[in-house]
Design a protein around this ligand. Sequence first.
Ligand code: NAP
Length: 293
Amino acid sequence: MSYKILDGKKTSLSIQQEIAEEVNKIVEAGGKRPHLSAVLVGNDPASKAYVGHKVKACKVVGFESSIVERPSNITENELLQIVEELNNSEEVDGFIVQLPLPSHIDSQKVIEAVSPSKDVDGFHPENVGKMSLGLSTFKPATPAGVMTLLERHGVKTEGMHAVVIGRSDIVGNPMSALLRMNTEPGNCTVTQCHSRTVDLMSHTLQADLLITAIGKPHFVTADMVKEGVVIVDVGINRIDDPSRKSGSRLTGDVDFENVAPKCSWITPVPGGVGPMTIATLLENTLRAANDRS
Ligand code: NAP
């Protein structure tokens, strides 16, 4: 089967272009540029890179951005204080606290301290609850980005059997919730799998739409999927690659080379879901700014 690419890079650039045009209009009308802030705790290289990408994207669309950087030995109270300051800031429209946080900090407590009106990651229980009910709110950037990616490529998901592998609060759970909504994309019959699922392959073989959010390189192999499946690979894994100058490269949860020929549509990694996550975060920030003005 000749497969088509769900091109997250191109789609993200189109969305950024649309946002930049809206920001121009706001500024020309005398309004304030939307401002996204990111709280970065510690020295995790991946977290630093993700925050760097987000700040760079802010520049592209004309947002203000700021990073609040603190060492990994920051106390929970100090971090909660920063969250409170950002909640009360007149300047900042939306902010994220980059996860994971050091183990001595209760991440859930921090997530719940973020004002729901500035929670552009969509992680606060109030926003999660609204999303689960199908109410208008900030949706978590990665699964919402997947929905936009499907929509913008004209992939009709109504009636599909969607199989989601993963049950994290940031990807697997909200992804399943969005796919079963009475929306387009959406209207799927959803099976959600995780590490305790018995005979995973019996589920993946039924998938018309397979979403992988596992964090294991090349976990999904060609024998696990049926012909014509649509695959969205959320996984980002770093593997050794001596042919690269850096000695490593990023890859997904799916063995792309062998699985893609069975697909109708598939995301590449990188260049699939990652850029869509950033585009959605920008959309959420624009919305937060518009709600406040
Ligand atoms: P996570 O919290 O570690 O969740 C991984 C999920 O995979 C868990 O629910 C786990 O099951 C399940 N799992 C692990 N091994 C399995 C197995 N052998 N069979 C079936 N299920 C298995 O990770 P996450 O935060 O959701 O992220 C998942 C991946 O997506 C990572 O590679 C991450 O880097 C990537 N990611 C990408 C983006 C993006 O923008 N593209 C954004 C966020 C995350 P249990 O619950 O039973 O442990």
